[in-house]
Write a protein that binds this ligand. Structure first.
Ligand code: ARG
Length: 386
């Protein structure tokens, strides 16, 4: 990796010091932990970059950078609580076995039997002398997809990833099912970087799942649907002040529509709408009965109901939209712009019933601490080595 650009480092440090001095900044947990006055810290970092091509964030800088990266995520509706992101600082970890063990530790720390806490685990950065580790999975918990004749058993999105895991030696459960948790696939950093990726089974007790039932329809349970409690994005790069962390898995908690109206409904995912509609007794011979719409709502309701019953944190699109507008107001009164990608913020059902639908937003920005998806990591998430 190229040396850190000192200007990017300086821009970040100025931001960190400026925000830490704002009234209310004590709410940014740990941000008070500055080690030196700004000018001294800048001097130190410039010097460090000159000598080593990079610099080491203090833990307060890292926590602040990760939180601001969340705050800047234009596609996330859940940003009101960006200050509360819990940091697991694992920058010393590069060996694949340890990366995998720490990913499992992340699941346990963040799940808390359903009282989910927004958490990020940051592994070693890329430096001019050595790459950091990589997690190939798009998310730490995802379901395998198996090609069986013309159909797919499981999640079609992960057919490529599943094939790749099998080529590394992973053996699926027997019999194969629709909700088999994929193994972690990890490449080490530093001296391990030359070795290929390795796979690690996720212990079942660390992957909390919820079986889906419907509040009014008893037949719903017979569909045998379930979903995992924790969404942990694990293949995005975290960039802070010129330093790039290629492995920094982070999670929030689910909103019911993500599972009900997308993962289980999309035709290229679990594609459940026609089965649900038929069970509901709807006429699926024409679009004009709106059977898809009705089935998507009932599926999403089942997801909400089941997570609530199981005591697993889950947002709903109405409440979350309101919280998001509160976040926007707060950002504006702090004198900041809030980048928003409309097509990701508006929920996939009932868009116009939520307040986020009815307005325009600031464009996503390109500078500052940020989560990024680079093409190589995206390809790995599909099981394609690049
Ligand atoms: N939509 C993704 C999924 O269904 C998860 C994205 C992150 N979501 C969240 N609530 N933090 O798995």
């Amino acid at each position: 990796m190229a040396p850190v650009d000192p200007e990017e480092a300086e821009e970040f440090l100025r931001l960190f010091y400026a925000e830490a001095d704002e009234p209310g900044a004590t709410a940014v947990k740990g941000s008070a932990g500055r080690t030196a006055p700004l000018e001294e810290r800048l001097e130190e970092v410039r010097d460090e970059i000159e000598r080593t091509g990079t610099y080491v964030h203090t833990s307060a800088e890292l926590a602040f950078g990760a939180r601001v990266a969340w705050r800047s995520s234009a596609r996330c509706i859940g940003r009101l609580y960006w200050r509360s992101l819990h940091l697991r600082d694992r920058r010393h970890v590069v060996a694949p076995d340890e990366v995998a063990a720490e990913c499992v530790g992340h699941l346990d720390d963040a799940t808390r039997r359903g009282r989910i806490r927004s958490t990020i685990t940051v592994f070693a950065p890329d430096t001019p002398t050595a790459p950091g580790p990589r997690v190939w999975n798009e998310q730490l918990i995802r379901y395998a997809g198996y090609r069986t004749g013309g159909r797919v058993l499981g999640d079609p999105r992960y057919v490529g990833f599943t094939d790749h895991a099998r080529s590394l030696g992973w053996v699926p459960p027997s019999p194969m099912g629709r909700f088999d948790v994929l193994p972690l696939v990890v490449s080490g950093g530093g001296e391990w970087a030359e070795k290929g990726p390795q796979f690690y089974e996720v212990p079942p007790e660390s992957a909390l799942e919820v079986e889906l039932t419907h509040p009014d329809h008893d037949w719903f349970a017979e569909l045998g649907l379930r979903w995992h409690a924790l969404p942990v994005i694990s293949n995005m790069r975290l960039d802070i002040g010129g330093v790039s962390y290629p492995a920094a898995p982070f999670n929030g908690w689910y909103m019911a529509t993500e599972i009900g109206a997308r993962n289980l409904s999309d035709s290229e995912r679990y594609d459940m709408l026609s089965e649900v509609a038929e069970r509901m007794g709807l006429d699926t011979s024409t679009d004009r009965t709106m059977w898809r719409d009705r089935a998507a709502v009932e599926l999403t309701l089942a997801v909400q109901h089941s997570f609530d019953q199981a005591g697993v944190s889950m947002a709903d699109h109405h409440g979350e939209s309101q919280r998001f507008l509160r976040h926007l107001e707060r950002e504006e009164s702090a004198g900041r712009t809030c980048p928003v990608d409309w097509s990701w913020i508006v929920p996939p059902i009932s868009g116009g019933l939520t307040p986020v639908f009815h307005r325009y937003y600031d464009e996503p920005s390109e500078s500052g601490p940020m989560f990024r998806m680079d093409p190589q990591q995206a390809a790995r998430g599909q099981g394609c080595p690049m």
